[in-house]
Design a protein around this ligand. Sequence first.
Ligand code: NDP
Length: 237
Amino acid sequence: MTSFYGKSVLVLGGSRGIGAAIVRRFASDGAKVVFSYLSSPDEAQVLAAETGSEALRVDSADRDALIALIASLGPLDVLVVNSGILGAGDPLNMPPDDIDRLFRINIHAPYHAAVAAARTMPDGGRIIFIGSANADRMPMAGLAAYSASKSALKGMTKGLARDFGARGITVNVIQPGPTDTDMNPAGGPLKDVMHGFMAIKRHAKGEEIAGLVAYLAGPEAGIITGAAYNIDGGFTA
Ligand code: NDP
């Protein structure tokens, strides 16, 4: 287990699911953790009390608020952009405003947050995006905007890795497959369909995703940048 004692970590979207597992992991490894949330104040406060972290309500879709939050925190050693939403349905019937909001949260927020963090991030810092295996494989209808948003993170990761590499700052994207959260419960109606695409036929646990985040944030991963990591039970194999 890596010690993050004395490290300053921001997790965008940390109140529930994968983000909450990431908050717990960094807090238990000694980091000073701040996380953002939007619609789940009760879960956020319980998690903050449990982990000794700080919860701040900031909508990732609000670019200026997001940049102001990051500027207010001072230098971050690690930024994890986990906040993301799923929009599923027939594209002919999906409201354009909903699609634009999805793109703001899933694409614009990671970009602006990464750039804002990099302004003051010390050499050797870490920027980690939570993407999706759907960037590489989209075997179902109704998720074009979502998969497009997660594919965008791959290009963003490669470009920002070049931009910040001279400072030893790494930029990587983790691409989970089905993971047991409110967004995609292990007992949900599509579980058998999703497991049919996988070599290991179960949902991942948030802790398993958090373990890869911790590895990429740690000292052994200093040469890994511009990379996309599928952690998906073989969904993309
Ligand atoms: P959940 O819906 O369970 O949790 C989403 C988290 O993001 C919550 O903490 C939520 O906070 C926060 N969030 C969402 N929108 C905003 C916003 N506008 N501003 C601030 N915080 C926000 O999702 P998961 O944990 O399942 O997903 C986390 C990430 O992992 C997402 O990027 C998702 O796309 C990705 N992913 C998930 C997979 C899965 O199978 N679960 C598979 C592949 C990728 P709050 O409730 O307070 O609004």
